[in-house]
Design a binder for this molecule. Structure first.
Ligand code: AMP
Length: 304
C-alpha cells in the first residue's frame, strides 16, 4: 500500500500536563502545542507531527494520536523524561499561573523532518524556541504557506531569533497580550502594523474567548468566538484554533485571504469543542458533521 503523503507539517511541544481549574484538578494528561494543533488539523487534512517525547511517554497517548490518523514519523522518542508542565487557572478562567515547567527531553530537542514532511506545502511552526522553528524552516523545500506561533517567554528572551524567523513566514499568530508585549503598543491596530513590518503578510491576534482579528496591509477581518455556555479547560485553545485553521487551509489547497477567513472559522469552531473538556478528550470523539453543524450555526449568528 502506498503511503499517503503529508499535506501539513506541524512542529511544537508535547507535554504531560497537570491542570487545575476552580472546579477540577487533572494530573498527567496529554498536552503540548503540537498535540492540540495536530489533533485539530487531523479533521481536515493528513498531518505530520514533529516533536519529542521521553521513554516514559504512555502508549495510550500515542494511540490517541494514531486513532486520529496523525502521521507520527516525525515524532522522536529519546531516553529520559517527557516535558512536563503544570498550571492553575484563576477563578475567572481567563488568567492562569504556571506552577512548574520541566523541560526534560525538550531541552536538547533538535527537530528533524522526515523526507515526506519536507515536501508538505503547508507548515505550522508551533510554539517552541525560535531557533528551532528556524531550523525546521531551513529543512522544508518549497512551502506554500507558513504560519508561526510564539509566546511571551520567547519575546522576552529570544527576540532577535524570533524576528529573524517571523520575517520568513506568511502569517504570525499571537495572543493580544503578546502582541502588546512584542511591540510596546496597547492599541492592537498599532501593534499589528508594527508586526506586519517584520515581514509576514498576515498577523492573526487571538483574544481568547473574545475571538480573533486578522490583519493584512490593507484590511482587517474580525472573528467572534463561538458562544459557549460553559467550558472545562481552555489550555491549548490557541493551538487548536491555529491547527484547525492550517488543516482547513491545506484541505482547500488555497492560500488567499478568502480561504484564510473560511479556515479561521473552521479552526475557531474546532477550538470551541476542544475547551469543552480537558486535554484532547472532546476532540477524540468529535465528528466532522458536528463541526460542520456548528459552523453553519455560527455563520447564521454572524449574518448581517
Ligand atoms: P497554551 O494554552 O496555548 O499556552 O498551550 C498549553 C500547552 O503548552 C500545554 O499543553 C503545555 O504542555 C505547553 N507548554 C507550556 N509551557 C510551554 C513552553 N515553555 N514551551 C512549549 N510548550 C509549553
Amino acid at each position: 500500500m502506498s503511503k499517503h503523503t503529508v499535506d501539513l507539517t506541524i512542529v511544537g511541544s508535547i507535554g504531560i500536563d497537570t491542570i487545575e481549574t476552580p472546579s477540577e484538578k487533572r494530573e498527567n494528561i496529554l498536552g503540548g502545542s503540537v498535540s492540540y494543533a495536530c489533533a485539530a488539523a487531523s479533521f481536515f487534512t493528513h498531518t505530520g507531527m514533529v516533536g519529542v517525547v521521553g521513554s516514559d511517554f504512555p502508549k495510550a497517548f500515542r494511540d490517541t494520536w494514531e486513532n486520529m490518523n496523525i502521521d507520527l514519523e516525525g515524532l522522536q522518542t529519546v531516553e529520559g523524561k517527557t516535558f512536563r508542565w503544570s498550571g492553575v487557572y484563576h477563578e475567572n478562567m481567563d488568567n492562569r499561573d504556571t506552577l512548574s515547567t520541566e523541560l526534560n527531553v525538550f531541552e536538547t530537542f533538535s527537530p528533524e523532518l522526515p523526507e515526506d514532511y519536507k515536501e508538505a506545502p503547508y507548515l505550522f511552526l508551533g510554539n517552541i524556541h525560535p531557533a528551532l522553528q528556524l531550523h525546521v524552516l531551513e529543512q522544508v523545500r518549497n512551502p506554500r504557506f507558513v504560519l508561526i506561533d510564539t509566546m511571551d517567554l520567547w519575546i522576552n528572551i529570544a527576540k532577535p531569533d524570533l524576528e529573524q524567523v517571523i520575517g520568513k513566514c506568511n502569517m504570525l499568530t499571537l495572543n493580544e497580550s503578546e502582541a502588546q508585549l512584542y511591540t510596546g503598543e496597547h492599541s492592537l491596530m498599532k501593534a499589528a502594523a508594527k508586526l506586519l513590518d517584520l515581514g509576514p503578510e498576515y498577523v492573526l491576534i487571538k483574544k481568547g474567548g473574545n475571538g480573533s482579528m486578522l490583519f493584512t496591509g490593507d484590511d482587517i477581518f474580525l472573528l467572534h468566538a463561538y458562544p459557549l455556555a460553559g467550558f472545562k479547560d481552555p489550555t491549548g485553545a490557541g493551538d487548536t484554533f491555529a491547527g484547525g485553521l492550517m488543516g482547513a487551509l491545506a484541505a482547500s489547497g488555497k492560500t488567499d485571504k478568502e480561504a484564510i477567513r473560511q479556515a479561521m472559522v473552521q479552526g475557531s469552531i474546532v477550538a470551541s469543542f476542544g475547551v469543552e473538556e480537558f486535554s484532547l478528550e472532546r476532540l477524540v470523539r468529535l465528528e466532522r458533521d458536528e463541526i460542520e453543524n456548528r459552523v453553519s450555526e455560527f455563520k447564521e449568528m454572524c449574518r448581517l
